[in-house]
Design a protein around this ligand. Structure first.
Ligand code: BTN
Length: 258
């Protein structure tokens, strides 16, 4: 690889995100990548499990944000764009590759990838590391891509690169492409900021203008129902509710009506 990424390749770990967090707390530098052939205790959003089928990609990047970086929540969308570009480079042009807000990547409406960000953010009063001008400690961007296998006993449809006919893909090639795409997207985001992200994301998003349900918790009483109207500068989903208001939603799971 031509870019300045430090790669730790491991045969097996419980979770590449957990290993990355450990290495980050021990001082690993910006753009340290941990990727594993197998993951026995992978974690997803909202405390869900992420199954570690051998052959799939388990990838976690340590970032050390600087004070001049744009908002850190944008990193989740940087990751989604990198995965979108990676998947698109392997599957047939006729397949629809889309991003489901906030950061799932789907092929023909089936989930092929998941992204989990974890961060240790110091308070404003914490001492800075003078050498790197770090106001915050670290962010770990964890990405799982289904290459050879996908889960079936789950509540949403899933798929893999192989199931979509991309038999030329394998774990190593996907990992290398993903890493290159991630670094390229990160550089663009750092140079151009939130407007760039929104311009890139919206045309790739599924469901713009459609009826959606945003599930905020296990209780359907908390659901937000309305039309997916766009995204704001902060990366929040804008929902036009039937009460005539626009709501900006920063977290949640999106479902589409049938
Ligand atoms: C989700 O969709 O819920 C997010 C799944 C994120 C899974 C990846 S696999 C690599 C990294 N290590 C983890 O334990 N989780 C992330």
């Amino acid at each position: 690889m031509n870019y300045d990424v430090t790669v730790h390749e491991v045969k097996e770990t419980d979770s590449t995100n957990s290993l990355a967090k450990k290495l980050a707390s021990e001082g690993a530098k910006n753009l340290t990548l941990i990727w594993a052939h197998q993951q026995s205790g992978g974690r997803g959003r909202y405390g869900r499990d992420w199954i570690g089928y051998e052959g799939n990609v388990f990838w976690s990047m340590i970032l050390r944000p600087r004070t001049d970086w744009p908002r850190l929540s944008g990193l989740s969308h940087v990751a989604a764009l990198a995965v979108h570009a990676t998947i698109s480079s392997f599957v047939d042009k006729g397949k629809e590759v889309q991003i489901k807000w906030p950061n799932d990547v789907l092929v023909n409406r089936k989930k092929i990838s998941g992204i989990l960000l974890e961060a240790n953010l110091s308070t404003a009063n914490s001492p800075r590391l003078e050498t790197e001008n770090l106001p915050r400690d670290w962010v770990v961007v964890g990405i799982g891509i289904n290459v050879t296998h996908f889960p079936t006993k789950i509540s949403y449809p899933a798929t893999s690169l192989h199931a979509e006919g991309a038999l030329n893909s394998d774990r190593d090639r996907v990992m290398v492409k993903l890493t290159g795409n991630f670094v390229a997207e990160l550089e663009r985001y750092l140079a151009q900021g939130s407007t760039y992200l929104r311009d890139q994301l919206l045309p790739r998003m599924i469901g713009l203008g459609d009826e959606i349900i945003v599930r905020m918790s296990d209780h359907s009483d908390d659901d937000i129902i309305g039309v997916f109207n766009g995204m704001d500068e902060e990366g929040c989903l804008i929902v036009a509710t039937d009460k005539g208001s626009l709501r900006a939603v920063s977290t949640g799971d999106v479902f589409f009506g049938s």
